[in-house]
Design a protein around this ligand. Structure first.
Ligand code: NAD
Ligand code: TDX
Length: 339
């Protein structure tokens, strides 16, 4: 079995590659990644010498490069993680989100149509459902809910989902889609909430909480997401969408306070800053379908996962310090300088 994993030099894709090479030593895993600011080849160093692993630097929008790779590798399965993934960046500059997240998805699926494939899996997000009100804790995202997006990022992901379902109906492409809640864990890029707070706290810098900090996210340890995708590509039904989440809703402010506690840093570092435009209030996944059909359940409790994550950032300072000492500083100044 040969699997092309796009976006495998990023946060979830790299964790997925580690999981698959360990769980299926006989599979060939080919990572296709453009190495944008979010992609980091050093992340894949632990598997670089694995004879069943190949890295190819290419843009998923580059039809020639993608088709060439399909000709060379004749993949059985594609798992598409490649995306522009940060909501705040999409608010600043939507265009690249439309290009990579929508056009790139179409190019990959066109290659699947031409060369044949057993499964095309699209890694989507719970953000395609929009948000839920804070005063309705009885409401959860189910797969049948209408798409109702808030940001250019989530709109681009929802557009891609619609295209994936259209390729299934129109061309009979064997597709699946997973819509997961917020992930956390090793190799999470430090522009995102949890690693940003860890890095800032360790440097005794202010911890910028948007708005009043009461927005709720549903956090899942990255390995649990990877195991869910593993199950879906092997056992999921073609043409189906599977929500992935572990009923672990937390307010942003409580996450930040927990990070302070784990690192022994004072809560006085917390600074309330201007809210994100169009900021979604609450995400909450109903994972009943993937549990009933595929037997998936999250294995890592948040209390353990956050400890493991903090430990990883403490033990792998070089990984994130290299990132935040480069171009990231301009980004940080632009996004937080006058917030
Ligand atoms: P990330 O930003 O950490 O990594 C994205 C990777 O894609 C990088 O390695 C980057 O170089 C690569 N990439 C970007 N544009 C590309 C292009 N045009 N061609 C080839 N490669 C390109 O993202 P992540 O957090 O790992 O998210 C991965 C996927 O999971 C995304 O599709 C995202 O929408 C989805 N998702 C993320 C979360 C989350 O909490 N992070 C939750 C649900 C779904
Ligand atoms: O500095 C910050 N301060 C802050 O209060 C940052 C970076 C974020 N926040 C808030 C905004 C959100 O309510 O924390 C929450 C989480 O923010 P992000 O880490 O940017 O994640 P989110 O916007 O929820 O989106 C994430 O989950 C769904 C991923 O980035 C997406 O790729 C995924 O689809």
């Amino acid at each position: 079995m040969t699997i092309i994993v796009t976006g495998g030099a990023g946060f979830i894709g790299s964790n997925f590659i580690f999981h698959m090479l360990k769980a299926y030593p006989e599979y060939r895993i080919v990572c296709l990644d453009k190495l944008t600011y979010a992609g980091n080849l050093s992340t894949l160093a632990p598997v670089a010498d694995n004879k069943n692993f190949r890295f190819v630097k290419a843009d998923i929008c580059d039809r020639t490069a993608v088709f060439k790779l399909f000709e060379e590798e004749k993949p059985d399965v594609i798992v598409n993680f490649a995306a522009e993934s940060h909501v705040d960046r999409s608010i600043e500059d939507p265009e690249i989100f439309l290009r990579t997240n929508i056009l790139g998805t179409a190019v990959l699926m066109d290659a699947c149509r031409k060369y044949g494939i057993k499964r095309y899996h699209q890694v989507s997000t719970d953000e395609v459902y929009g948000d839920l009100p804070l005063d309705r804790p009885d409401m959860f995202f189910t797969e049948t809910m209408p798409l109702h997006t808030s940001s250019p990022y989530s709109s681009s992901k929802a557009s891609a989902d619609l295209l994936v379902l259209a390729y299934h109906r129109t061309y009979g492409l064997p597709v699946t889609i997973s819509r997961c809640s917020n992930n956390y864990g090793p190799y999470h890029f430090p522009e995102k909430l949890i690693p940003l707070m860890i890095a800032n706290a360790l440097n005794d810098k202010p911890l910028p909480v948007y708005g009043n900090g009461e927005n709720v996210r549903d956090w899942l340890y990255v390995e649990d997401h990877c195991k869910a995708i593993d199950l879906i590509i092997h056992k999921g039904r073609e043409g189906e969408v599977y929500n992935v989440g572990g009923h672990n809703e937390m307010r942003n402010i409580d996450i930040v306070k927990l990070v302070c506690k784990e690192l022994g840093k004072p809560e006085s570092l917390i600074t309330y800053v201007a809210d994100r435009k169009g900021h979604d209030m609450r995400y909450a996944i109903d994972p009943t379908k993937i549990h009933n059909e595929l037997g998936w359940l999250p294995e890592t409790k948040f209390a353990d996962g956050i400890k493991k994550t903090v430990k990883w950032y403490l033990e792998n300072r070089a990984w994130w310090e290299t990132i935040i000492s480069g171009e990231y500083q301009n980004y940080y100044e632009k996004m937080y300088g006058s917030r």
